[in-house]
Design a binder for this molecule. Structure first.
Ligand SMILES: *[C@@H]1O[C@H](CO)[C@@H](O)[C@H](O)[C@H]1NC(C)=O
Ligand SMILES: *[C@@H]1O[C@H](CO)[C@@H](O)[C@H](O)[C@H]1NC(C)=O
Length: 225
C-alpha cells in the first residue's frame, strides 16, 4: 500500500470511529481493559480506567448467579439482576452486558428506558407481553405502540432510548434474559421519578405537567410512595 493510501485510509478510519454514532461504548483500543474497582480512580465520562493488563485474572471476565433471581423491585414485584461493568470489570470498553428478570403472574415492569443501550430480550419461561413506544414524527405528543406476546425461545428488541415495558400475562412465572449493547446501559423509570425527585418538583409544575389539580397530584404521589 502506498504511503498516501495508508494515510488516507487512516484518516477515514479515524473519522468513522469519531462520528457521533460511535460516541459511546466504543470498540476497544486494546485487547483487554479490566476496570479498576476504585471510585477514586473512576473516569466519569464513559467507562473506567484499565487495570494493568498483567494483573488481569480470569475472574475479571467472569460472573455467576444468573441461575437465581435477583432482588425484588419494591412496589412492583419483579426481580432483577444485572451483570454489567460494575460487577464484572472485564466488560469495560466491550459495549455489552446482561440481566435476568423474573416476573410472577400479572406482574409488570413499568415504563422505562435505557439511555445508553438497545435491549434484546429472550424468554426462558412463561408468557410476556412486551412493547415499546415510538414517537410519532407527525405529532410528537403521541406515539406508536409496537408490542408482541412472547413465549419461551422468543426474542424481542427495544431500540435504544425508547420507552418500553414487560408484562407477565401468563398463569405461571416468567423468566427472561436481557442483553444490552452497553457495558453500563442505565435505567430511567418513567413514572415515579416524575413525582419523586431530589430536589422536589413543585406541585405547580407537576400539576401543569400532568394536567391534573394539586389534590390529584397528591393522590398520585401516594400511589408511588
Ligand atoms: C468493588 O468494590 C466495592 C467496594 O469495595 C465492592 O463492594 C464490590 O464488590 C467490588 N466489585 C468488584 C467487581 O470487585
Ligand atoms: C381536582 O379534580 C378532581 C377531578 O376532576 C375534582 O373532583 C376535584 O374537585 C378537583 N379539586 C380541586 C381542588 O380543584
Amino acid at each position: 500500500m502506498s504511503m498516501w493510501l495508508f494515510i488516507t485510509s487512516l484518516v477515514i478510519t479515524a473519522f468513522i470511529c469519531n462520528s457521533p454514532a460511535y460516541a459511546y461504548d466504543n470498540n476497544p483500543l486494546q485487547d483487554i481493559c479490566v476496570a479498576v474497582n476504585d471510585s477514586q480512580a473512576s473516569v466519569f465520562v464513559n467507562g473506567k480506567i484499565c487495570k494493568d493488563p498483567k494483573l488481569a485474572t480470569p475472574n475479571d471476565f467472569f460472573a455467576s448467579g444468573l441461575n437465581v433471581r435477583g432482588n425484588v423491585a419494591p412496589g412492583f414485584g419483579f426481580y432483577a439482576k444485572f451483570v454489567d461493568v460494575n460487577n464484572m470489570p472485564g466488560l469495560n470498553t466491550l459495549g455489552i452486558s446482561i440481566g435476568r428478570l423474573d416476573l410472577e403472574p400479572l406482574r409488570f415492569i413499568p415504563f422505562h428506558t435505557h439511555p445508553r443501550a438497545a435491549e434484546l430480550i429472550t424468554i426462558l419461561e412463561g408468557t410476556v407481553l412486551a412493547g415499546f413506544l415510538v414517537p410519532d414524527p407527525a405529532n410528537f405528543y403521541r406515539s406508536r405502540l409496537f408490542s408482541k406476546t412472547l413465549n419461551p425461545g422468543d426474542v424481542f428488541v427495544f431500540p435504544q432510548g425508547l420507552i418500553h415495558f414487560q408484562y407477565n400475562v401468563g398463569l405461571k412465572k416468567a423468566i427472561f434474559l436481557a442483553t444490552f449493547n452497553s457495558q453500563n446501559p442505565g435505567i430511567f423509570m418513567i413514572t415515579s421519578p416524575n413525582i419523586a425527585s431530589d430536589l422536589p418538583i413543585l406541585n405547580d409544575i407537576l400539576a401543569k405537567g400532568f394536567q391534573l389539580n394539586k389534590t390529584q397530584i397528591a393522590l398520585l404521589g401516594k400511589k408511588f410512595f
